[in-house]
Design a binder for this molecule. Structure first.
Ligand code: ADP
Length: 528
């Protein structure tokens, strides 16, 4: 038997073993290495045999944390110490490429185990260092882990994003809930998907009652106009802006300004629309009032102009007549007899009275406006007042028949002169506005603690729509040309005086048939 042959055979067999083996001496010099070990570690047998293992396989300075040589050293020491096999954990040990002077490393992962070969006395004679190259598995696992990590990162980011979106959603909802406008989102099937707090409150309902419903169906009971055209238009991508009136609950009318904005996605499809509604009821009311005020101002300016025109005419007419009579008298003063003189002076005096009345009326109106119209309340005999006033009327027109009826006993309480002023005005008008019928009735009757005074004529009458207006300042129901005399102050002042007595004044009339004026007054003092 030739041992060397057998020896060579064993070595060849060892070299060709599929596993990756290294045989070490107890001093950790390399005795043998299988071919597969050499190719796995990118080494050549001649370069490593008899070399100290850690000289051949140094650490990769780029990954000091792997501590590969340190751990292998520990394991080998343990095997030498204990004489027992030690299976190491997976090791990250990068092998030098040995291509140039500046050594590069190739990433490798190993599953090493160190198996002692004991001699007859039980001492460690050799250590078989067996390694399994699991680089591919580890790298692919790492890839999986990395992908997993990546997926985790993405999903964490998604979570964060959706949380952030949730927060944004919440914030948006909060904002839309805070703003006073009614905000809603309606999908392209006309169904509410979102309504804010203001929307819900305005219709006195809950979100549940609105969301999911069709806009037209929900709004139908409240709307006065059809908005389906606006909905169709916004769902064709056209911004809509319009006004509507709604009645969200009984006795409440709202004026709303509506804006519909289409929601168009990246593909250009219309997904729905956002509706913004502003309650402009107060604004509209304010503008309505402003318009009314402007109209009123305009009316007052016109009235003022008419009044100035009328007042100058009213004051000029008696003044011209007075002037004419005085000039007549001056012209012929020596030749005028007593009767003519008395006649001229009488005429002049009645025009002076007319002027006096006009000027007093104007003065009274201005003092009434400042609340300073003087009153002098006392007990007086109404009968006397009725007689004075009917006589005054008779003096104004000789042709009119003034009938005076009263069933009054005792005294009544009030300002005698002011009430005289009222009755003078009413009788004066009765005469003035009855050019063709001469019958005038003045009547007073007592009803419990009240007195009802009636002044009735059969004159031209007052149009129904003017019956309330005639008591307003400067108001005249007939065209200026009809009867020129008058400033539209008599009835205004009469109402002021009657109301100051806690009484009421009103009129009934029929065009062409005549008018009746009523004055109702308390006969006793009224506690204010
Ligand atoms: P005026 O000085 O113009 O008569 P009033 O205040 O006394 O002013 O009356 C207001 C308006 O009411 C009058 O211009 C007239 O158009 C109408 N009016 C008042 N009394 C009568 C009446 N008895 N018959 C018809 N119209 C009347």
């Amino acid at each position: 038997m030739s041992y060397p042959e057998v020896d060579i055979k064993y070595r060849q067999i060892f070299n060709h073993l599929p596993g990756r083996y290294l045989i070490l001496n107890p001093d950790l010099t390399i005795v043998a290495a299988s071919d597969s070990y050499l190719s796995a570690t990118l080494t050549k047998r001649s370069e490593i045999i008899n070399k100290y293992i850690f000289d051949i396989f140094p650490d990769n300075p780029a990954v000091p944390e792997a501590r590969a040589t340190e751990k292998l050293n520990e394991s080998l020491s343990q095997v030498l110490r204990t004489g027992k096999t030690h299976i190491m954990d997976i090791q990250h040990y990068d092998i030098p490429k040995r291509t140039s002077e500046c050594t590069e490393f190739e990433t490798r992962y190993w599953c090493p185990s160190n198996i002692p070969v004991l001699d007859n006395t039980g001492d460690v004679e050799y250590i078989i260092h067996s390694v399994e190259d699991i680089t591919e598995e580890v790298l692919s696992r790492q890839e999986i882990v990395r992908k997993n990590d990546h997926i985790m990162v993405i999903s964490r980011k998604q979570t964060e994003t959706s949380e952030a979106l949730g927060t944004i959603d919440k914030r948006l909802r909060l904002i839309t809930d805070i703003i006073p406008a009614m905000v809603s989102y309606v999908d392209n099937e006309h169904r509410y998907r979102f309504v804010n707090e203001a929307y819900v409150k305005n219709f006195h309902t809950s979100r549940k009652e609105i969301v999911g419903k069709k806009v037209e169906d929900f709004l139908a009971p409240y709307l006065s106009k059809d908005i389906s055209k606006n909905i169709e238009a916004v769902l064709q991508g056209k911004v809509q802006s319009f006004e509507i009136k709604i009645q969200p609950k009984k006795d409440v009318q709202q004026h709303l300004e509506v804006i519909y904005l289409p929601d168009i996605n990246d593909q250009g499809e219309i997904m729905g629309f956002v509706s913004m509604i502003m309650d402009v009821t107060d604004k509209v009311k304010y503008y309505d009032e402003l318009t009314k005020l402007a109209e009123e101002k305009e009316r007052l300016i016109l009235q003022k102009d008419e009044f100035i025109e009328m007042a100058s005419h009213e004051l000029k007419t008696p003044l011209t007549t007075i002037k004419a009579y005085i000039e007549l008298m001056l012209l012929d003063i020596e030749d005028l007899d007593h009767t003519t003189l008395r006649n001229y002076l009488g005429k002049a005096n009645s025009y002076i009275n007319q002027l006096h009345r006009l000027i007093t009326g104007l003065f009274d109106v201005s003092t009434t406006n400042t609340g300073r119209l003087p009153y002098n309340f006392s007990y007086f005999n109404l009968k006397e007042v009725l007689e004075i006033c009917s006589n005054n009327a008779r003096n104004i027109s000789k042709k009119h028949q003034i009938e005076c009826h009263y069933n009054m006993k005792g005294k009544m309480y009030g300002d005698k002169e002011r009430l005289e002023q009222v009755l003078d005005s009413l009788l004066n008008n009765a005469v003035k506005y009855s050019p063709d019928n001469n019958d005038i009735l003045l009547k007073a009757e007592k009803e419990n603690d009240e007195v009802l005074i009636t002044v009735k004529d059969k004159g031209i009458g007052i149009p129904g729509e003017e019956l309330d207006n005639i008591f307003k300042r400067f108001s005249r129901a007939h065209a200026l040309s009809y009867h020129n005399s008058g400033l539209g102050l008599g009835l205004y002042l009469s109402r002021e005086i009657v109301e100051r007595h806690r009484g009421k004044i009103w009129a009934e009339s029929e065009i062409g048939k005549g008018s009746t004026f009523y004055v109702k007054l308390p006969s006793k003092p009224v506690i204010r």
